[in-house]
Design a protein around this ligand. Structure first.
Ligand SMILES: CC(C)(COP(=O)(O)OP(=O)(O)OC[C@H]1O[C@@H](n2cnc3c(N)ncnc32)[C@H](O)[C@@H]1OP(=O)(O)O)[C@@H](O)C(=O)NCCC(=O)NCCS
Length: 169
């Protein structure tokens, strides 16, 4: 499967919501992480598209600003979604690897994700609950993970994750 990872293009936006509905189901809007993003824009430099040679959207990854407590800025990885017919071809991994590299390049220090531990562990994500992080709603503890993009950035005890409208790195 040939694809390219690009910065999200203006035309991608209209295709992303239907892709998320298809891959996550409509229940996605009841999840705790949705509440952290709802009504807020994703981080403009951290929205990526996997594109076919024809230009068609095959996958999407966006990051959102979140806060840990009042003072620590972090990014929330996801949603990450790949067209069902093309899953398992490395598109998701390419999006995550590129996204994390870009987040670090832009000066982000901490990344949080709620997802399959086996999928995110290879990037260095570890359990967020043992790190003292708390989400403002229900979550399966083992799916709640954190990565220090810059080692030592996560103070202890971690703190409560919150919607962060004003925090910048
Ligand atoms: C999860 C998802 C983004 C992965 O993208 P992808 O392009 O299919 O994945 P890749 O080809 O990069 O990686 C495939 C590997 O991921 C594993 N994988 C795929 N989905 C997984 C999941 N939900 N949980 C755990 N592992 C998963 C596959 O088993 C495969 O493992 P292998 O390499 O050992 O064979 C994609 O399957 C998807 O859109 N799923 C629906 C939405 C979703 O669950 N998003 C995840 C949010 S955390």
């Amino acid at each position: 499967m040939t694809f390219q990872i690009l910065a999200e293009r203006p035309d991608d936006a209209a295709h992303i919501d239907p892709l998320l509905d298809l891959t996550f189901g409509l229940g996605r809007k009841r999840k705790t992480v949705h509440g952290l993003r709802d009504g807020l824009p994703p981080l403009p430099g951290l929205c990526f598209a996997a594109a076919a040679p024809s230009g068609g959207l095959l996958g999407s990854l966006r990051f959102w600003r979140i806060g840990i407590g009042d003072r620590t800025a972090a990014v929330l990885l996801g949603p990450l979604a790949v067209e069902p017919a093309l899953q398992g071809a490395g598109i998701g991994h390419a999006l995550v690897a590129h996204g994390l590299t870009e987040a670090k390049r832009l000066g982000e220090r901490i990344c949080v994700v709620v997802g399959a531990p086996s999928y995110y562990r290879p990037y260095g994500f570890t359990g967020a609950v043992p790190a003292g992080l708390v989400l403002p709603g229900p979550v399966e503890a083992e799916r709640f993970q954190v990565l220090e993009l810059v080692p030592g950035s996560l103070g202890y005890p971690g703190g409560s994750i919150r919607r962060a409208v004003r925090l910048t790195v």
